[in-house]
Ligand binder design. Sequence first.
Ligand code: PEP
Length: 251
Amino acid sequence: MHRKLVVANWKMHGNLASNKQLLTAYIEKLSHLKNTDVVVCVPYPYLAQAQAMLQNTHIAWGAQNLSKDTVGAFTGEVSASMLKDFGATYVIIGHSERATAYCESDENIATKFMQAQQHGLTPILCVGETLIEREAGVMQMVVGSQLDTIINTYGAAVFANAVVSYEPIWAIGTGLAASSDQAQSMHEFIRSKVAAYDLAAATSLKILYGGSVNPQNAVQLFVMQDIDGGLVGKCSLNAQEFEGICRAAAQ
Ligand code: PEP
């Protein structure tokens, strides 16, 4: 089992004042947790604030997206090197809320994954199926093909320094988390899929679960063999709940 990783995804929440309160509470509540890595992915404008408040703590920070391009006339985009300028070390790639609302293709997501890696950022690649796909029993095919786009283009070795987050779309923000068996089974599939091409990459790959994680279900989820931590949306906006989740990871 790996050292656990818990990632807060603040989505489009917060302002300077509320972030200050929340980050202060994170620092107070999480500084003593030595057995787990904690990352907070903030909206772009607050990267400087995260950097200022977190730089001498063991909490890392990152972003929720990045441009697939390196530099140039791409109005509204933010590059990997810009994220690096603000000390970011992680970036979420291909979150389903973006893939759905902004029509991100698997190819775009693969390019962003490599942009992150080439600039020394750890990509957190989100994969997952819809409810219809799960009910049709094709969830492994769906997740497998999301991984294939990267494997076929860049090879499986790129997963050695990456994080994959299994996020069933039906579980995100619904309060209906996957059961620990459902999650474990998909995590095992993801690891074996990468292992079929590159055993070392599969062994070092961290696979997070995301989708309505809370302090209670985190206890059951995080004991599973292939669940290396969580990607947390709603509960990361409440310092006490987020602490509960991080504590479950640290056990
Ligand atoms: C997410 O957005 O990645 C997520 C898992 O959200 P929530 O925890 O709110 O389901």
